[in-house]
Write a protein that binds this ligand. Sequence first.
Ligand SMILES: [Zn+2]
Length: 300
Amino acid sequence: MKVGEMAVKRINDWIYFFYIEAADFNYGSVVLHKGKKAIVFDTMECVGNGKRVKDYMIDLGIVDFTVVNTHWHFDHIGGNFFYQDDNIIATSECRRRLEQNKKLIETGGKGEIGRSPSDVDTIAFIETSFPVVYPNITFNSRLELYLEDIKIELFNIHIHTRDCLVGYLPQEKILIPGDTLEAPLPLIIEVGNIPVHIKNLKKLNELDIKMIIPPHGNLERYDQGGYDKSFIGNTIYYLTKILSRANKPNFLEGSLEEYITQAVEPRESYRGIHQDNLAIVQQYYSNNNLYCSKKKQRSY
Ligand SMILES: [Zn+2]
């Protein structure tokens, strides 16, 4: 696919996945629909692509939209502008981060890359700029939604960023993970929190899950209904291995293939993301932060 092209994948009778190709990875929206209502997980990276998704669903007869922003990163909120008369749901922390970074997002924050060691609260690589439309319904830990007979549990979980939520459909055993799970490997943002991410991925792994529909993944997988639970194992494996090797010689030379499992397919463009991950992990953890954080835990 060419950059900017959109593919629409039917996951089942009432779930669509919208995939827009980008240079290094893709943007994605998961849309659940029943009758004239739809719940849209994430609104792409810009107003125009958010509109493409909404227009597609309007053409199918949808008139009632609810948006869920899985977290505050630009490629998940870019099209909120076209949903400003609809309900938009996110965690309270997501809204707080958007309020704090509104000006930066609206002016295009190039140069304010947020993958630094101290990054727990800064902007994450804005590639574009757009008007910020805030979520109008927020929650701290859990919220339940219904789309006719479909129950959707939203809960905050600190993986990828602190404000992340995931959507879980307990009857169907479907997980909509936002960026808590990314294929083929996670783009590490809040590097100092990797141990917390691993701990919470293990909690996520305790859920009964048959199908996972991540926003960033291999296009062909969406023809097969998404990923299975081994995808969570892949993410735990990647992060655990990266931490265990952080102080080893030749750490920066570790290839993508050494760090991923059979659960995912390598993607060429993720080699650069993987190299960046290794570099920021080495930068952060080479100062004995691993030892310090263990020591700190023991003394409390
Ligand atoms: Zn993200």
